[in-house]
Write a protein that binds this ligand. Structure first.
Ligand SMILES: Cc1cc2nc3c(=O)[nH]c(=O)nc-3n(C[C@H](O)[C@H](O)[C@H](O)COP(=O)(O)OP(=O)(O)OC[C@H]3O[C@@H](n4cnc5c(N)ncnc54)[C@H](O)[C@@H]3O)c2cc1C
Length: 277
């Protein structure tokens, strides 16, 4: 199948993109790497009248290093991160995640901002960035806001983005040298979308301990406090409070026993990886 006919614009600045994106008389879609949008257009799951390609906007490829964080422009590709063209503030955590996304052709074009805005629960960046404590920077004609990744995502392919708003970047906290990271993606074949994700980051110097249960069929489940996850004990896999995690999953509607067990096992592996790192 082929897409329905649509008009195409490629603005070179954000103001022009906002103006096109907020048009109410026609259905408009932003295009970044096209790795998710393309298949949806081809299957006619979406039928926009105007596609606004945002990849010529220089600001969206900008990288800003701050003392406590780094901001990656939303059009930075998975391959940019995989190849180390982006400074690393996470002791290679980002790079390891990027390498596991799909295959090289997808990584060459797919972008970090597109992945976040698309909000596929099985996407690697949603879980990984939530575990790293990252925020999306969202801009529109009415201004700018920073929003935690887990708060931007509402559900399957659903975000709090308003019409015409663009994810311009992702802000990722700088990890200390003592930080430990684990990421485990369970998929049938290497590079496929995950059917369960566990992500874990413990940075004792910053008093941060975050765990994420991802690819749940809805938004990622984010556990932000070591006390609740390990009942105050050393964050080792065997010290994880299985009861607490299962309660969290149950509260989010993951009632199926098998599904809960798979996600528990995957999270345990992520914690074990972090512990061994
Ligand atoms: C075969 C295949 C396998 C894949 N496997 C994986 C995988 O294992 N793991 C994984 O995480 N992903 C996987 N993907 C998805 C891939 O990572 C995509 O690149 C990503 O989901 C979307 O990024 P994109 O830049 O291509 O966005 P696009 O496809 O261009 O856009 C996706 C959606 O986001 C919107 N959008 C894009 N950018 C912005 C922005 N800056 N602001 C606001 N809205 C925006 C678009 O309007 C559209 O609705 C796979 C894709 C393919 C085709």
């Amino acid at each position: 199948m082929k897409p329905v006919r649509f008009a195409y614009e490629r603005p070179t600045d954000l103001a022009a993109a906002f103006a096109l994106g907020r048009r109410e008389d026609i259905a408009v879609k932003f295009l970044a790497g096209g790795q998710s949008l393309g298949p949806m257009l081809n299957l006619r799951l979406i039928q926009p009248e105007l596609v606004v390609d945002i990849t010529a906007i220089a600001e969206l490829k900008h990288i800003e290093e701050k003392p406590e964080s780094i901001v990656l422009g939303s059009c930075i590709t998975h391959a940019d991160i995989e190849d180390g063209r982006v400074p690393d503030v996470t002791s290679a955590a980002l790079r390891r995640v990027a390498c596991g996304i799909a295959y090289r052709a997808v990584r060459n074009r797919g972008t970090i901002g597109g992945s976040v805005a698309h909000a596929d629960p099985a996407a690697d960046w949603l879980s990984a960035l939530a575990a790293l404590g990252a925020s999306a920077i969202v801009k529109g004609e009415s201004g700018q806001r920073g929003i935690a990744i887990e708060d931007l995502i509402v559900g399957v392919f659903e975000t709090t983005l308003k019409p015409g708003e663009i994810v311009t970047g992702v802000e990722i906290p700088r990890q200390s040298r003592a930080a430990r990271w684990g990421y485990y993606k369970a998929s049938r074949k290497t590079g496929e979308f995950a059917h369960a994700i566990g992500a874990f980051m413990h940075d004792p110097e910053r008093s941060v301990c975050r765990a994420v249960i991802g690819a749940t069929g809805s938004k990622p489940i984010v556990l932000t406090d070591m006390q609740e996850l390990f009942v105050g004990r050393v964050p080792k896999p065997e010290a994880m409070s299985v009861q607490f995690v299962r309660q969290m999953m149950g509260a989010r509607g993951m009632g199926d026993d098998i599904e809960q067990k798979i996600h528990l096992a995957v999270l345990r592996r992520a914690i074990a990886q972090a512990h061994a790192s």
